[in-house]
Design a protein around this ligand. Structure first.
Ligand code: AMP
Length: 366
């Protein structure tokens, strides 16, 4: 495993807030960061030593970028696999294309999870209205119809309650392929972030209770208020998935905590995964000695992983365009740690920043 030292250059694909916060932590450890993104207005550009403005389809730009950096990571799981292959010809890329191939597709993601011996909602892949009818008979309604690819923040999803609505839902989704998932009666949603190095060393953050509003993550609470048994099951699931992927880098596993255990005695099902820093881990910037962003930098640079034990309980609130005006007020709150991403246009529902409230000592872990 290669160890990169201060002065080396880390390349990041994508220039959003996740890249920005990763770059700031990389700089703290003495690295230079070169970001590859589409526009100079993207949040990471202003905090990176170097940027390449090009599309992920631009082979010449990808090759030049790869040669100018020592290692590459990413902030977006839908980077085309071809772009990763081009970079990997000269430069290590973490996480590898093999991980992204799975996490870019909800169907493959669920199959992979089942192969690892873990639980998901019942599901079926469908490519026509007729297949959807059959799948609904097998899975039973209510269910959720989702595009297999490129869905996020609830886009490309339709909840179906009645058989009569199946055809209309299929037409509305207008995708060549979809996944029908049984509706999971969950008590709460949680996320576990795991970081893994090439030698198999792992660091797991405590589970986070996530609250969605309008399908967008709105708040995150740590600790998540789970029993020890459920917490251990959630951590084991994330560790198992990271190992099964031979992951190098960061993986967030979003999970449903069931109202009551399923027939196999499981309390937790995998919902979705992303091999990158995640909104559910932003609290770690202020409540842990080593945040998810720093942990990613350490893992891809072959450095020792840090501690994931929080020093404080935390509540994180996303700041959307419509909430930006409240930010100034939080600067006078001694518990609040404010992060703004430097985006110019505060559009409705656009993530402009976040604020983490430190809610007192992490007594649980003492
Ligand atoms: P996703 O993009 O798959 O994470 O879905 C967005 C949100 O929709 C989740 O955070 C859940 O609140 C809800 N959801 C998605 N799939 C299911 C399901 N199978 N059962 C119940 N709720 C779901």
């Amino acid at each position: 495993m290669q160890t990169l030292l201060s002065g080396s250059t880390i390349g990041i694909l994508g220039g959003g807030q996740l890249a920005r916060m990763t770059a700031l932590k990389a700089a703290q450890l003495g690295f230079r960061v070169h970001v590859f993104c589409a526009s100079a207005d993207e949040p990471a550009v202003s905090v990176c030593a170097k940027h390449t403005l090009a599309s992920f389809e631009d082979e010449a730009a990808l090759k030049a970028f790869a040669k100018s950096v020592d290692v590459v990571t990413l902030e977006w799981e839908n980077v085309p696999l071809k772009a990763l292959d081009i970079i990997a010809q000269t430069t290590p890329v973490f996480p590898a294309a093999s991980v992204l191939r799975v996490t870019q597709d909800r169907g493959l993601e669920k199959r992979f999870t089942r192969e690892a011996g873990l639980g998901t909602a019942p599901f079926a892949i469908v490519t026509s209205a007729e297949e959807l009818q059959k799948a609904a008979d097998a899975i039973r309604l209510p269910a959720i119809l989702k595009t297999t690819r490129m869905g996020y923040d609830g886009r490309g999803q339709i909840k179906i309650e009645r058989k009569e609505d199946l055809t209309q839902a299929w037409d509305k989704l207008a995708a060549p392929q979809a996944i029908l998932e049984g509706f999971v009666p969950f008590e709460k949603e949680i996320a576990v972030i795991v970081c893994r190095r090439a030698d198999g060393a792992m660091a797991l953050y405590p589970p986070v209770h996530t609250v969605q509003r309008n399908h967008i993550l709105a708040e995150a609470y740590v600790p998540a208020g789970l029993t020890d048994e459920v917490e251990q099951e959630a951590l084991a699931m994330a560790a198992q998935l990271a190992t099964h992927f031979h992951l190098v880098g960061l993986l967030v596993v979003e999970m449903f905590v069931l109202e009551k255990p399923d027939a196999q005695g499981r309390h937790v099902l995998m919902n979705e995964m992303a091999p990158r820093p995640h909104n559910a881990g932003h609290w770690s910037l202020d409540a842990c000695a080593c945040s998810q962003f720093e942990m990613l930098v350490r893992a891809i640079a072959g450095l020792p992983l840090g501690s994931t034990v929080p020093h404080s309980r935390a509540r994180m609130l996303n700041i959307l365009g419509q909430d930006l005006g409240k930010s100034i007020g939080w600067l006078s709150d001694p518990k609040a740690c404010l992060h703004l991403y430097g985006k110019k246009e505060p559009r409705n529902n656009r993530k402009m920043g976040h604020v983490t409230f430190l809610e007192g000592p992490w007594v649980e872990a003492l």
